[in-house]
Design a protein around this ligand. Structure first.
Ligand code: SAM
Length: 230
């Protein structure tokens, strides 16, 4: 499942309906993530995507490692943050080779739905190893079982209306409906977890986790979990 989705994210997709959407999307996530980051923390953002505003996390973080599997996306990140002392860009293979207890915070936002349950378990084990004893795991944009594509579309329109790109979002939704995203989403499905299922999954991976009051992303029907090592 993972490879086909990564190829999609590495393509010229139109998930972001225009430059403003892309900008606000990444600004919203970086702003919300930064609120969970203690001063001088070392942070890993796993599956960070284009991370346009990663610099909003440094500070408070003194080091931010961006991990992205898609080759072209990773190349663009490396150019964007070249020369930025606190931000480094790494591949998943490089992250797997990091020393244990390297990070104070690990964030994985809007990635779990594109992984099988098994693939997610492998990553949770990796994050458990990479986090320090008091470290924090932030798992964002987890999709509960009952949330439909229509809910996703409505959330996007609302976000667009608040941020001045409603017209572009309407056109974008039509474009997305006819795109590879929908072909892939219909064929592969998205992996969903109820609140309880995710708390149990985190527990099995050695974390004590709970649902945060609000999601990190723009879609309030999706869930964010905050977890510490048991
Ligand atoms: C929906 S995007 C989310 C990007 C960003 N975190 C955000 O919230 O906007 C999912 C990203 O995760 C990356 N990804 C998927 N599986 C991955 C894996 N196993 N390791 C690293 N990155 C992965 C994809 O390439 C894609 O850029």
């Amino acid at each position: 499942m993972m490879g086909e989705w990564i190829a999609f994210w590495d393509s010229e997709h139109s998930i972001y309906v225009n430059a403003r959407h892309r900008d606000i999307h990444y600004r919203t996530i970086a702003t919300h993530v930064s609120k969970h980051v203690p001063q001088d923390a070392e942070v890993l953002d796993y599956g960070c995507g284009e991370a346009l505003h990663a610099n909003l996390i440094t500070p408070p973080a003194r080091r931010l490692v961006l991990c992205e599997a898609a080759l072209k996306v990773r190349g663009a990140l490396a150019s964007r943050f070249h020369g930025h002392d606190a931000i480094e860009v790494r591949s998943p293979e490089e992250i797997a080779a990091f020393e244990p207890a390297t990070f104070d915070v690990v964030v994985m936002h809007s990635v779990a739905q594109y992984l099988t349950a098994k693939e997610a378990d492998v990553l949770l084990a990796l994050f458990h190893r990479l986090l320090r004893r008091e470290g924090l795991l932030i798992l964002g944009d987890i999709i509960p079982p009952h949330v439909s594509a229509a809910t996703d579309a409505m959330a996007l329109l609302k976000f667009a209306a608040t941020n001045g790109f409603f017209g572009a979002a309407l056109i974008g939704l039509v474009r997305t409906a006819a795109s590879d995203y929908w072909r892939l989403r219909s064929r592969l499905g998205l992996t969903r977890y109820s609140e309880r299922a995710m708390v149990e999954k985190l527990g099995a991976a050695g974390f004590l986790g709970e649902r945060a009051p609000a999601n990190i992303g723009h879609n309030p029907a999706r869930m964010t979990f905050l977890a510490h090592r048991k």
